[in-house]
Design a protein around this ligand. Sequence first.
Ligand SMILES: *Cc1c(COP(=O)(O)O)cnc(C)c1O
Length: 392
Amino acid sequence: MSAVMSTYGRYDLAFEKGEGAYLCASDGRRYLDFAAGIAVCSLGHGHPHLVKTLQDQAARLWHVSNLYNIPDQIRLADRLAAASFADKVFFCSTGLEAMEGAIKLCRRYHYANGAPERWRCVTVEGSFHGRSLATISAAKNPKHLEGFGPETDGFDQVAFGNLNELRAAIGPQTAAIIFEPVQGEGGVRPADLDYLRSLRTIADEFGVLLLLDEIQCGNGRTGKFFAHEWAGIAPDVAAIAKGIGGGFPLGAFMATEEAAKGMVPGTHGSTFGGNPLAVAVGNAVLDVLLEDGFLDNVDRTARALWDRLQDLVGRYPAVFESVRGAGLMLGLKCVIPAGDMVVALQKEGLLTVPAGDNVVRLLPPLNIDASHIDEALGILDKVAGSWEADDG
Ligand SMILES: *Cc1c(COP(=O)(O)O)cnc(C)c1O
């Protein structure tokens, strides 16, 4: 038994090397990686530009703290702002920190407006926002809350897609609506675009902020830099992490100048957030994501994968129920247990991720090509085919 705390049920697999969309295991087997470290390795493994950037930065300077200016941090913030709705960016290292900071920002906004009683947030069922005491209380997944004492107060939850319930939940104490545009852990559930637009309208109507958790669905995963861009709306606040570091721990919350007005010196901090190593890699990831045509290519690749998965699901109705998701954040809702499917795919050399609602998540690197899609579909076909054969 190892000394690692047993909070994860792990697969019996360990990897030694990564190359693009592939991982090599310690037993020498090669796997096609459609897990990508849970949507983190957005450019695959060992991307030459990221490797060189990290090596050069490691030789120069690792860490100085936020007591000093960090020129690459300023550059990354400026670039993120230029590529989005936001004017202000705060860097941290993980997703939950980005959400915690974003929630604090929403409360401070109303405090700065002379309405400190507005501190509650309305959240949506099925979401995931991280594993801190506040973020498990925001998402209210009973499995994540069990045994951790009373919930952190301040979060009122409504059903996914129900606008009447949402309106009714907003009161004189509400500071913000929090929403994950494509629910990842919850089972790859995309919001329809009209629902997203309604969230914007309702936030405006009640004078509350709209905070979007784009930690998994942002960073180019849906074929636009942010998933909310598909709806033609802008939030007041957004949280990102996962893919923005390409595998280096990096997160951020970003806001309009107006929404960020309460975040004055002394209100928030992070020792590691935006350190020189992290922001060097973040800038390198942006070099690629924002390259002309990169996101259009993600969109094209995603549509090709979608069509092939639809065809697959049509041919194996006893195994798969449907395809859902957006861009390269796709889910196969299963008839058979999704966890068993993940293991069966692993045995054939394809890595995927289980999600809620009996879904197998496909989160490939954003720079895969047609050959990777062919290979993945070949494995899915083989596994589903043998399942149906066993069954009938
Ligand atoms: C992964 C994730 C988080 C939490 O990120 P951590 O880095 O694990 O803290 C929060 N929200 C969403 C939507 C996520 O997918």
